[in-house]
Every structure is written in structure tokens, then in C-alpha cells.
Design a protein. Structure first.
Length: 416
């Protein structure tokens, strides 16, 4: 490739510059093709479109790419001749997609054929952001570093507790009555004693409930805890200061580990008049507003070749088979009595035709009026069905046929 000193001033590296192309029927052609743009090469048959695009630009890009590989790798690749051209500058490794289907896999696309799809899946998995489909809020985990930054933005000196809810595993039991089932009972004494001993072994010495601390060192204070209501284990007591950041992060991580990914920050009232404030955090990948859980982005989630990421309806093929209303009701001028619903005019399905007319009369839907004159709601009921009145409609009929596709005559009927 020529050095910058040898490139004329009017040629920049923002373009692919071709000078003196004489491949096949090209007659000493010079042209510049801009980068980062879609360029169309057009002309009459035999004017040299393919010679310029494939045999000149693509051939030179591929040749330079292959020449950059090791001698060991080059022996496995097809040797490409240098095109008959004076100079080509500003060119990168090229990919050519010819106008033909080189694969029988219906899932194959330009991206899969060029292997760009592998990088796109990785890009979306690593850099993509998930947003709630209901409220549009970004879905993310509550990171301890981000929680610490949010807390440190509060008024300096404000005191707070780092907590997690005490959960006591109770043996399953059948409630004696419906009233007893609605009323939450206290956990059994054995389970409660074991839970308290366990958290004390883990180094936690305080419980928190209704704004009061209860010390394990003074067992009599635990008698005031109502374990039929939520009680919380105190992991740490802190105040908003720049020095508490690392300690706060450690406390949140302890809560995540002990409470299955949940942490609670309870800000206590102060002399300035700030009321009690409770902040809830968790490391679940969910919408923090409505609690909808989402799958975390990963490469297989963006692959239509993988059942994990393929559309459940089309199975990743990009197309589905459904009935065509223009073939089901080919003549809208016919009434239901005259056979507007064409599939039900066949002798095999006459019983469904009679059931439809009987249902229509019960719903005051006229059967002697042209299909196009029925209201939109009446046509919808005929097509979608009326489950409340035991009528499956046209869609229900085709869903039933889908389960009979192992029969040849049903497959022929569906194809029509």
C-alpha cells in the first residue's frame, strides 16, 4: 500500500480508492467508494459491475487478508491472484455475499453465513440493557457499590441500620380452619430457638422490630419480640459518612448472602425531623417497580438456533403457518346459511356447520345476511369462538385439525 506522501491530496482514507482497474472488460477505470455508506454498483449487462465489485474490490481485500496470515494458515486457503489494477487504497478485509442461496438451512441469514452473528450475540449479551415491558424502567440488579453511592448522597451524619428479614422454617401443617389459615401463627418454639441460636453463631447479636432493638445479651428483651410479625436481624449500625463506604458494602454483601439476595436499610428519625425511611434492595434481575422477573442477557438468548432463544411459536424459522381469512371466507357476499365459512361446507364437517348455525341463532346473529354485513363483533365471535356458550369458532376448528396432521387428508385440507 502506498505511503501517505505518495497519495494525492484529493484521495483520503475515508474512501476506497481504485485507480486503473483493467479486470475483464473494465477499461482503465478509476473510482472512489466512500466508507461507512451503502454504495450500489449498477449498469447494463456486461458493463463490468461484477468485475469491479467481486473481481477487483473483493478479490484485493481477500488477497491482502490472506497474505497477512501465517504460511501455515495460507496453505489451507485458496490462492487468489492479484487483480489487474494500478492501485487500491483504503480497503479492509472484505466479505462477499452472492445472490444465491448456498445453504438449505432455513435459519441461515447473511449474518450467520458471514459469522457476524456470533459477535452480535456477544455484543447484545454484554452491552445490552433490559427494560421492563410494562413500565419502561431499566431492569438491573442492585449493586452494593451503587447502593453505597446512593446512601452517601444522603444528609451526612444520619443514622441507619443494615438489616435482613429473619425467616424461620416451620414444618408444614394443615390449618384447622379457614380462619386459622388467614391468621399467621407464631413459629414453633423449637424452630424459633434453633433459628436464634443459628444467627447468634453467625455473629449477629441484635434483632430489630417496630423501631426497637432487642439484644441477645439481654434475653429478657427478646420476650418483647412478636415473632408472628416480621422481625429483622441487625447486620450493622452506621451513619452517613465518607468513611463508611467499604463497611456498608461489606454489610450489604452479608445481607445478600444470608437472606437470599435481599438487604434492608432502615433510616431512623433524627433531631432535624427526618422520619423513619426504609429502603429495600435485592440482587434479583427484576423490575424494581412491579417485581417482574427477567432473564439476564446471555449469548444463547439471542440465538434463533438455540431453543433457549428461539421464538416459541416459529421455533426460530421466522415464519408461521396460519389460516388465510380470504380462503376461509372466499365470498363475503354469502351468508352463513349459504356457506360463507367455506371449510364447513364440506360433507365431512357438516355437523360443525349445523352447530354454528344453532349457536348463531342462540346469540341473535343473523345467518341469512351477507358476511360483510355482519358487525365486526359478530364476525370476531364466529372466527375466535365463544367459550362461554361452548362454541370454539373457526380458530378452534383449525387448532383441532393441527392435532390431526398425522393424517394425510388433513394435511391436504390444511394446505388449501
Amino acid at each position: 500500500m502506498a505511503t501517505n506522501e505518495l497519495i494525492p491530496a484529493h484521495i483520503t482514507q475515508d474512501t476506497i480508492s481504485i485507480r486503473g482497474a483493467r479486470v475483464h472488460n473494465l477499461k482503465n477505470i478509476s473510482v472512489e467508494i466512500p466508507h461507512n455508506a451503502i454504495t450500489v454498483v449498477t449498469g447494463v449487462s456486461g458493463s463490468g459491475k461484477s468485475s469491479l465489485a467481486f473481481d477487483t474490490v473483493y478479490a484485493e481485500g481477500q488477497r491482502r487478508y490472506v497474505e497477512s496470515l501465517s504460511a501455515y494458515a495460507r496453505q489451507f486457503l485458496e490462492r487468489m491472484e492479484k487483480p489487474d489494477v494500478d492501485e487500491i487504497s483504503g480497503i479492509a478485509p472484505a466479505v462477499a455475499i452472492r445472490q444465491k442461496n448456498s445453504t438449505r438451512n432455513p435459519r441461515s441469514t447473511v449474518a450467520t453465513a458471514t459469522e457476524i452473528y456470533d459477535y452480535l450475540r456477544l455484543l447484545f449479551a454484554r452491552c445490552g440493557q433490559t427494560f421492563c415491558i410494562h413500565c419502561g424502567t431499566q431492569v438491573r440488579r442492585d449493586n452494593p457499590d451503587e447502593i453505597a453511592s446512593k446512601v452517601l448522597s444522603f444528609v451526612p451524619g444520619r443514622r441507619f441500620y443494615v438489616l435482613y428479614e429473619l425467616r424461620i422454617a416451620a414444618p408444614p401443617s394443615q390449618p384447622a380452619s379457614r380462619r386459622a389459615a388467614k391468621k399467621k401463627a407464631s413459629p414453633p418454639q423449637d424452630a424459633l430457638r434453633n433459628a436464634l441460636i443459628d444467627i447468634q453463631k453467625r455473629g449477629f447479636n441484635r434483632l430489630y422490630q417496630n423501631g426497637r432493638l432487642h439484644e441477645f445479651s439481654s434475653p429478657e428483651t427478646l420476650l418483647d419480640v412478636d415473632f408472628s410479625k416480621p422481625a429483622f436481624v441487625v447486620v450493622d449500625r452506621l451513619s452517613v459518612t465518607p468513611d463508611c463506604r467499604s463497611r456498608l458494602i461489606d454489610s450489604i454483601e452479608i445481607c445478600y448472602r444470608e437472606a437470599g439476595g435481599e438487604a434492608i436499610l432502615e433510616f431512623v428519625p433524627d433531631a432535624v425531623g427526618n422520619p423513619t425511611e426504609r429502603l429495600l434492595f435485592n440482587d434479583r434481575f427484576e423490575c424494581k417497580k412491579d417485581g417482574t422477573l427477567y432473564q439476564e442477557p446471555e449469548p444463547r438468548l439471542f440465538s434463533f438456533n438455540n431453543p433457549y432463544g428461539a421464538c416459541p411459536r416459529c421455533q426460530g424459522f421466522g415464519n408461521t403457518i396460519d389460516f388465510d381469512l380470504n380462503l376461509v371466507v372466499p365470498d363475503p357476499s354469502k351468508s352463513l346459511d349459504d356457506g360463507a365459512v367455506e371449510p364447513w361446507t364440506k360433507p365431512r364437517y357438516r355437523a360443525l356447520f349445523q352447530d354454528m348455525k344453532k349457536w348463531a341463532r342462540s346469540q341473535a346473529i343473523p345467518t341469512n345476511v351477507a358476511w360483510r354485513q355482519l358487525t365486526a363483533e359478530q364476525r370476531r365471535l364466529v372466527l375466535e369462538g365463544d367459550p362461554e356458550n361452548d362454541f370454539e369458532g373457526v380458530k378452534g376448528f383449525f387448532n383441532w385439525l393441527e392435532r390431526k396432521k398425522y393424517k394425510l387428508h388433513v394435511r391436504v385440507f390444511l394446505s388449501r
